[in-house]
Design a protein around this ligand. Sequence first.
Ligand code: 0WD
Ligand code: CA
Length: 380
Amino acid sequence: TNTQHQYRSESALGQNPLSCRTLSTRRELYERDFPVYKQPVEVGCFSLDSERRFFNDSRQMRYYVEPDRNPNFNLRDGYRDRFIKRDDSVKERLDHILRWIVANKSKINPTGAAASPRALDVDFVTWRGHLTKLLTTPYETREGWLLAVTRFRGTFYISEVETEAARRERENRTERHEEMMYWGYKFEQYTCADNTHSLPDPGGVVNTNEAFCTVVQTRLADHRLLFSGEVDCRDKDPKAPAAPACYVELKTSAEICTPKQRSNFHRFKLLKWWAQSFLPGVPRVVAGFRDQEGVVVSVETFHISKISHLIKNEYNCWKPTVCMNFCCDFLSFVKRVVTEDSPRVVYLFSWDPYKDVTYSAHRDSQYCFLPHWYVEEMTR
Ligand code: 0WD
Ligand code: CA
């Protein structure tokens, strides 16, 4: 139709892409064919222990144990007396991923393939969570973001910077909100075992320093990506498919009682769940639905490949292709903008709901995030 043609000619990058300094996030601009997104391949993993120490192995892997048909998990149990909370004012930036890269350089550089012997054979290095934010941007109406990008030896490193609004929110959380953040971790404790033959231990301590992270490689159109994401657990059947297909993402959500609640769940929550798990190729999400008192009353499995069908009947709903095309165009935008290759330079990309993406460049600033030990290791 005419309208579509108008949107088309007014491309996401304006008339002259090279001179354009902003990127639009309007949905209509990204409604085209789904871009190539290669099946993500796990190239490694790492663990963070109860004191947030890094290990280049899977010691923190946990195993999914399917709950009863009618669970009765009290998510409030242990909040006061068996909870060790990670200090989320400590900004770790990309440090854990960079440690993994240093320890596993040979796994990402097929011998002889790289032009420069120590350059990384990928275009982007980042956290999965940052890519999730990019995927959901065309539909986000509440929270903006700041993404710092440094180009170093041809690779673009993307690390989030906390916005002022996010910092205020973190520092002013209500007691109820603090407790509700615990509920997700408590649900993990009810459904995860430490090894294939043991059972979950709901009497233990919840320590949010602990994490198991997968590192995957994939390609979005012409962008070669290396990213890491935290994985909750895996299928305990030894015959389950190889990672990441054996992984299970756990979520909690408020019980759905009305059509309005169901619609909101489809339109907002399933978007976030889909984006987060689609990226690393995690095939299923197990959701615990809880009542107002924090008791899980039912559990349901969502297959990521079926979510787009589930939402099709929703009016004015989100579309996976818009998410992926926006992310792809943002990465192209980054490649065009971030021209200076230096660990001392950061390009800060900034976005607020209903606005375009803008950027600014900073040399030797507070935003620098590639640690000296990494730069030295990769320059040697
Ligand atoms: O902004 C971020 N997402 C950063 C995360 C910045 C720097 C470091 N990290 C770390 C987190 O501490 C965590 O170890 O990366 C890991 C998670 O990375 P991700 O997988 O890329 O993040 P995301 O997809 O947003 O979150 C996955 C899970 C969350 O599960 P739910 O079901 O709630 O989405 O990681 C956990 C949480 O369990 N998580 C965190 N844990 C501790 N501190 C944090 C955090 N700041 N963010 C997410
Ligand atoms: Ca989770």
